[in-house]
Design a protein around this ligand. Structure first.
Ligand code: GAP
Length: 510
């Protein structure tokens, strides 16, 4: 489906729409309606179960999302969190340099200096995309953070958090005490990030306010050894730097163990890369062949990273592979910078005679981008039927209950809804339109099961007395199930998967 069509469908169904729509919308800002909100919640819950569930020493916190200026100065965001902006001297419109260079340089401008970007603009004689005049300025750094004045005097400067990660670094020393000095220690945040994107576009892909789910694992590099054997034979779709330099665009399938033994990646990194791949394939349900793990070179990756693989999924609506998340090995960059900035010693004792600044492995996940990507890859048309093949744990509603006849079967159907809800199953009631229309509505929003109460359910003389029809979404298979047995049969099918017990990262050897 094209991007416009997909957005129109999601808007029509009440998943999302532009913020302040009645005023013409606000660029880069979106509101989620009931279904979008529910799907987003499920995604966050699934992420948390899979990643925070890796260890009892990994915890989720809920920090403030305004950062004092000293924090973003120490983190490097004040200086480095910029995009190259060019302005047209004639019509005064501002553009992102990589956006206007897209046709001649589709790979983007990551790693290029501002001079080099300016050179490309001149070399290709790029004119203003709006007014067509050759009056574009030289590229200038544009800081993406939103500054805010705190308090009445406005002298105290704050910034809306550009990433949730910083809050975890700020919380490290407190959490280290609260967590009884466990190492590795995980701190997760699912929260808002704000970026004043120069050119918000592609709906949920370049937003100005969006949700990130990020886990920061603090560890001692000398002893961090999650069980690589649990994922060693997993084949991963790798697009490495060397392959890219040789012109490859499609990934090659490499086992996790070969990434360590042949490509020299650290075992702790590869373990989490495989765990992340399994999340996208097995929990979120993206087709394995649509995923690639894209290695960033030293000049392309973010300034704080030593190793970076982006998780990309091929999206028809956006015409190619798009980044949905990433794994960043940030070394001791963050805690070192915050120790300098705050004057607080952030070293920890890992052995009687060894104090270290912990290293950080960051697992980052864009919640909004994944919501869009799930719609792109999951919504399919089969003849007249539109079907969203959503993983069971992600569906906004797990079960829809219908009375075959609106009046006669209503009471019993509502009882079934209550029974399912009492068992913690997300059930909804729908009596509007024909049964066929109701099935179609539920297929389109990805509801895995529909239950119908009919005349046989209520007729003591009928062999099907006390039973309902249970219909499965993908196969459309139907069976009669006793109402008494419904919870037993369905319960437990909707919980987000957790990592196998063998994954526990456990305390480090130190
Ligand atoms: N803490 C690391 C960090 O923030 P990032 O690559 O800038 O790294 C992480 O962002 C993830 O956040 C991305 O992979 C993407 O999924 C999501 N993301 C980043 N910018 C976004 C934007 N403007 N709109 C929507 N999602 C965005």
């Amino acid at each position: 489906m094209k991007s416009d069509e997909l957005f129109a469908l999601l808007r029509r169904r009440g998943y999302l729409w532009p913020s302040a729509e009645i005023y013409g919308g606000a660029q880069g800002l979106y509101d989620y309606g009931p279904l979008g909100h529910a799907l987003k919640r499920r995604l966050e819950e699934a992420w948390s179960a899979w990643f925070v569930g890796l260890s009892d020493d990994y915890h989720e916190i809920e920090p403030a999302d305004i950062l004092p200026e000293a924090v973003v100065r120490a983190s490097g965001h004040l200086e480095n969190f910029t995009d190259p902006e060019v302005t047209c001297d004639s019509c005064l419109t501002a553009f992102r340099a990589d956006t206007i260079l897209e046709k001649v340089r589709p790979e983007g401008v990551d790693g290029l200096t501002f001079e080099a970007i300016g050179g490309l603009l001149r070399e290709h004689r790029i004119a203003c995309p709006r007014c067509g005049k050759p009056t574009l300025s030289v590229p200038r750094p544009f800081n993406l953070m939103f500054g805010v004045d705190l308090g009445v005097t406005g002298k105290e400067r704050g910034y809306l958090a550009p990433e949730t990660a910083q809050a975890s670094y700020l919380a490290f020393s407190r959490m280290y005490e609260v967590g009884r000095k466990a190492m590795p220690l995980g701190i997760a945040v699912v929260g808002r990030a704000y970026r004043n994107e120069i050119a918000p576009r592609q709906v949920l892909f370049r937003m100005r306010a969006f949700t990130q789910a990020e886990l920061q694992i603090f560890f001692d590099p000398a002893s961090f050894a999650p069980p690589l054997e649990a994922v060693a034979s997993e084949r991963l779709p790798i697009l490495g730097v060397a392959a890219r330099e040789a012109g490859a665009e499609t990934p090659e399938w490499v086992t996790a163990s070969a990434l360590v033994s042949e490509r020299g990646l650290p075992a702790f990194y590869v373990f989490h890369l495989a765990h992340t791949f399994r999340f996208y394939r097995d929990v979120l349900g993206y087709p394995a062949e649509s995923i690639r793990l894209f290695e960033k070179s030293a000049t392309e990756r973010a300034f704080y990273n030593r190793i970076q693989f982006d998780v990309e999924v091929h999206l028809e609506s956006l015409g190619g592979y798009k980044e949905l998340g990433a794994l960043h090995y940030r070394g001791d960059y963050d805690l070192t910078r915050h120790a300098e900035g705050s004057g607080k010693d952030l070293q920890v004792l890992v052995a009687p005679d060894r104090r270290i600044v912990p290293h950080v492995l960051e697992l980052t996940f864009g919640v909004d981008r994944n919501l869009w990507a799930l719609a792109d890859t999951g919504l399919t048309t089969e003849g007249e039927r539109t079907l969203w093949r959503l993983s069971r744990c992600l569906a906004p509603w797990s079960v829809a209950v219908f009375p075959l006849l609106k009046k006669e079967h209503r009471e019993r159907a509502l009882e079934v809804v209550a029974r399912l809800r009492d068992a913690g199953i997300r059930a909804t009631y729908d009596a509007a339109g024909s049964i066929g229309k109701r099935y179609a509505r539920m297929d389109e929003v990805g509801t895995p099961y529909c239950v119908t109460v009919d005349g046989e359910t209520l007729d003591p003389a009928n062999a099907n007395f006390g039973t309902v029809t249970l219909r499965e979404r993908d196969s459309r298979a139907q069976e009669r199930v006793a109402i008494e047995a419904l919870v037993g049969q369905l319960g437990g099918r909707f919980a987000p998967p957790r990592p196998p017990a063998s994954y526990d990262a456990g305390p480090s050897a130190a």
